[in-house]
Design a protein around this ligand. Structure first.
Ligand code: XMP
Length: 513
């Protein structure tokens, strides 16, 4: 495997993705991991990521300089290159010479050949620069491998150690041949075999789950979302009848959702499925509550109680399986070697606390979301499930602004179903990342036939995003919006006005509450 030391996580995750695209396993670690610990982990290569700091700034994140002595190939990218130079005798110019945007990079040749880092690449590359400082002198410990008109040391190599640095960003799509450069490092320099496959990954996980579980039982919460479905599919392959799934119907699901989840489940698994009908309980505890965080708290605690009550009935249940993904592990700092950077704000209601007394199994904790989707397809789950838009744990409660009531949920569910159906009919379901309806706590005047109406307003929300941390509103065609609006007003009793939400995130969030 390859490890990436994280100096500013936005870049580190992208680099890890690109390395995995070469079929080589890649893990992100804390930037201050010791050389000793790295030696124990024995990766085949180390990549130092970019980052927003200046190497001379107070408190700038540094790496253990001894890692350069391990004999493991190192590639420093941008800030990572500046650290490398600082550690091994180069000089970084800290009078900011900011450069942001595309550049043409000329590859140096020795005896008519480029360095192995640039093998099979053209003499001139389009690259993406994004830096404040840059390396101003490399002493005689490094050779120059490539340069741009404004950046004499765009790529360098240490004369005696397997240590490289590049000032530009090979991991972004604006460096079109960046993937080949990373491949040259990972496969050419580090000698990694490009053999890591999702299928192999699944086999290894299945094997280790079998060993861990023995003849005991595993419980898995099902939500109808892709993560919990893939977890269930993996576990079912591993331990078949020793798996019990629990679906808590909190009455806050979308139209026909319970039936859909049950149908999909029974089509694919012969495992035990228990459905907890808990609509009354959830609606009772939401009665009179209007504050969004309070809604979340009540739903979360009811969910745990319902789950616990059902789990107690399952004999020999020892493990609880959860769909924790790699970004959750990184962001929550749960991995002792992982960067502790930002803390995820969303507490997924599916995330059950450890005090429940089960041992946790998290088979997806090494994967990114799109890898989970690919794995789902490999495990035979249908496209319709694998590409489903995400749905928040607190469900329709955070889309029914103000107090949640049974009547309001009926209106919301119907309007929401129309929007999804129209998006699907327009062939835009995969293109949009999340589309739904919000029921607003306002009434407005309208006219239907000859009569005045005074009814609810709803908002359609549809966003495009890669990571759900930032998002833009979908530019849906006007005709489509017109169809949605007219269908909602005609078919959903109690709605006489439809708005389209044109706010991006930030500053708005995707959900309204
Ligand atoms: P926001 O509204 O913060 O949402 O832009 C980002 C993504 O997270 C989902 N979301 C939640 N998921 N529990 C969840 O499991 C929650 O409380 C929650 N709140 C928002 C939201 O649907 C979007 O995909």
């Amino acid at each position: 495997r390859i490890v990436v030391l994280d100096f500013g996580s936005q870049y580190a995750q992208l680099i890890a993705r690109r390395v995995r695209d070469q079929n080589v396993y890649c893990q992100i670690l804390r930037h201050d991991i010791t050389a000793e610990r790295l030696a124990e982990l024995a990766p085949k290569g180390i990549i130092l990521s970019g980052g927003p700091s200046s190497v001379y700034a107070e408190g700038a994140p540094k790496c253990d300089p001894d890692l350069f002595k391990l004999g493991i190939p190192v590639l420093g990218i941008c800030y990572g290159m500046q650290l490398t130079c600082e550690a091994l005798g180069g000089k970084v110019d800290n009078t900011p010479s900011r450069e942001y945007g595309p550049a043409k990079c000329k590859v140096a040749r020795t005896d008519g050949r480029p360095d192995e880092l640039f093998a099979n690449l053209p003499d001139e590359l389009n690259v993406w620069m994004s830096h404040g400082d840059q390396v101003s002198s490399i002493s005689d410990t490094f050779d120059t491998l490539a340069s741009t008109p404004t950046c004499p040391y765009a790529a360098i190599r240490h004369r005696t150690l397997p240590v490289f640095g590049i000032q530009f960003h090979p991991e972004v799509t604006h460096t079109p041949l960046g993937g080949m450069l990373l491949e040259n490092f990972v496969v050419g320099v580090c000698k990694c075999e490009p053999t890591w496959k999702l299928g192999d990954f699944a086999d290894a996980v299945i094997e280790s789950v079998r060993k861990q579980v023995g003849d005991r039982r595993v419980i898995c919460g099902l939500s109808g979302g892709v993560d919990s479905s893939v977890v269930a599919a993996l576990l079912y392959k591993a331990i078949g009848p020793q798996l019990s799934c629990i679906l808590v119907d909190n009455g806050l699901l979308r139209k026909n959702e319970q039936k859909l989840v049950i149908d999909e489940f029974t089509n694919h698994f012969k495992a035990d499925l228990r459905v907890v009908e808990a609509e009354d309980r959830f609606l009772a505890s939401l009665a009179g509550v209007t504050e969004p965080q309070e809604k979340r708290r009540r739903i979360g605690s009811d969910f745990i109680d319902c789950f616990k009550a059902e789990a107690i009935n399952i004999k020999d249940a020892h493990f609880l399986a959860q769909g924790t993904l790699y970004p959750d592990v990184i962001e929550s700092g749960a991995d002792p070697d992982g960067p502790a950077a930002t803390i995820k704000l969303h507490h997924n209601v599916g995330g059950l606390p450890a005090e429940l007394g089960f041992e946790l199994i998290e088979p997806l904790r090494d994967l990114f979301k799109d890898e989970v989707r690919r794995l789902g397809l490999e495990l035979g789950l249908p496209e319709s499930l694998v590409w489903r838009h995400p749905f928040p744990g607190p469900g329709l409660a955070v889309r029914c602004l103000g107090e949640v009531t049974r009547d309001k949920l009926v209106v919301l569910r119907e309007a929401d179903a129309i929007v999804i159906e129209e998006i699907e009919n327009a062939g835009l379901y995969r293109e949009t990342s999340q589309s739904f309806v919000v029921l607003l706590p306002v009434q407005s005047v309208g006219v239907m036939g000859d009569a005045r109406t005074y009814e609810n307003a709803v908002a359609i929300r549809s966003v495009d995003t890669n990571d759900f941390m930032t998002a833009d509103w979908s530019r849906l065609p006007y005709d489509l919006l017109a169809r949605m609006s007219s269908r909602i007003i005609n078919e959903v009793k109690g709605v006489n006005r439809v708005c389209y939400d044109i706010s991006s995130k930030p500053p708005a969030t995707i959900e309204w509450e």
